[in-house]
Design a binder for this molecule. Sequence first.
Ligand SMILES: Nc1ncnc2c1ncn2[C@@H]1O[C@H](COP(=O)(O)OP(=O)(O)OP(=O)(O)O)[C@@H](O)[C@H]1O
Ligand SMILES: [Mg+2]
Ligand SMILES: [Mg+2]
Length: 501
Amino acid sequence: MANAYNQRGGRVAVTNSDEVVGCVPLPYFLVRTDFLLSISLLQFMANEGLVPSPDETLKRRSIVLRLEKIVQDWITKVAWQRKRPENGISNASAGVIIYGSYGLGVHNSESDIDALCFGPFFATMEEDFFIGLHNVLKSTSGVSKIHCVKDAKVPLMRFIFEGIAVDMPYARLPENVDMLSPMLPTSIDETTLKILSGVRVNKRILQLVPHLENFQSLLRCVKFWAKQRGVYGHLFGFLGGIHLAILSAFICQTSPDFCLSALVLKFFNTFANWPWPIPVVLQGNTIQVVRDVIEKGWMPIRMPCSPSECCQSNVTRSTFTRIMNEFLRGHKLTMGILQPDFEWVNLFEPYSNMYRQLYSRFLKIDLLACAKDNLGDWIGRVKSRFPSLILKLEEMNVLCDPNPTEYVDQHSGNVDSKKSVVFYWGLGTDRPMDINVTSLEKDFRSNLSSGYRGMPGKMKLSIVPASELPNIVQLPKTKRMEACWRVPEHDQYRMPNSFTG
Ligand SMILES: Nc1ncnc2c1ncn2[C@@H]1O[C@H](COP(=O)(O)OP(=O)(O)OP(=O)(O)O)[C@@H](O)[C@H]1O
Ligand SMILES: [Mg+2]
Ligand SMILES: [Mg+2]
């Protein structure tokens, strides 16, 4: 039984390595766990506020309808400005396609809306989208904090619309294009293909999963688990929504007749025993699994459409170890699913409850934005470079636990979380005092400033004992966000999309 991962990211004890890829067969009595357990899990998720209310659903729909109208009006104006022939103006069409967690139907009230804007070739990204549409949105009532993220793999506009964060990339498309076609890569350029990849992956996942509702419930459940256990967040080297979506789809495909509780059990069983770095590939993918293919990266997860690349990943030795130990914990707990004392709440116990007891020393990352940086660009910038800080520590032979929890130092008098944020990362080393923090900080600082055009703020690194960690206040369910602490994935606006950052 594989039951632990050591600090080097290697398995301590492994058997079952010759089993079918990624799965130890479940004992028969566990294959179809109780239907009632599935109901109690659904109830638990509803109680946690993971399922959006009808009002929230209506609000999102109305935002999308408003966006549709805005981009349609915009493209008509662009066609006119570009002196298109008269019928070209009336026929000019643009629209939005929803993808990401909202497109998969697994969002909650804290999720952003990922909305691809598509338009004809004559509407350019640089001028018409980033200037023209930007100005339109800026003057739209309900839209605030709009900014352009141009230098990303998927360039986009990011804004708040009626209180909900929106990520909007733009793609210029030929007319009547079939976005799912395997031939698409031959008919459009590479950048557009990257921009379309989110939409294509979502659509393919929805086609491939045998039972949509089970898939959605499983994904909601594992996203919540990953957030609670501190292993959600691509920028921190952990798993993002897309990774968990493909892992969940894989489980649903391999066990099409399982009920929800059995799927959860299978999820942990499978990925706690997965022979990484063999990639996880959905059945029906354009490229079939080749067992011996060793992909680059610690935890490769292949996207289910052509070109069949792996999802971009920041998983490192440190975070691989953390994720694997969480898979193993989940596996151990869910194996007891039929025990009378089994309770779902234990699976989701917040990791932050015991974080300070796990390490003797922490890397403290103090961030302070300058007064004029109202959009929180500086803090977003630093977070987008966290993967390089984790790697730098690893080069120094230090494994770390990059806890995504953000602390706002209430004693500093600055409780504006856009201006001042502190992170504490557990350090897995016996000799934390040997870490050369000055050189670490210098290297990280030069990484931060290279190519940054925004207003730089302050960044300070130090090593502190556990006693310096602020007390975490566990908030009541109805009031999750408060100035004293929070988990940044919920603050979608400020965090540059991991994929785009
Ligand atoms: N690392 C990545 N590799 C490939 N595609 C990615 C990656 N990160 C994001 N994307 C694409 O962008 C989409 C939106 O990403 P986003 O960060 O909003 O996460 P999400 O899955 O919507 O979850 P959340 O509910 O946290 O917003 C994803 O569904 C995916 O298609
Ligand atoms: Mg999203
Ligand atoms: Mg997003």
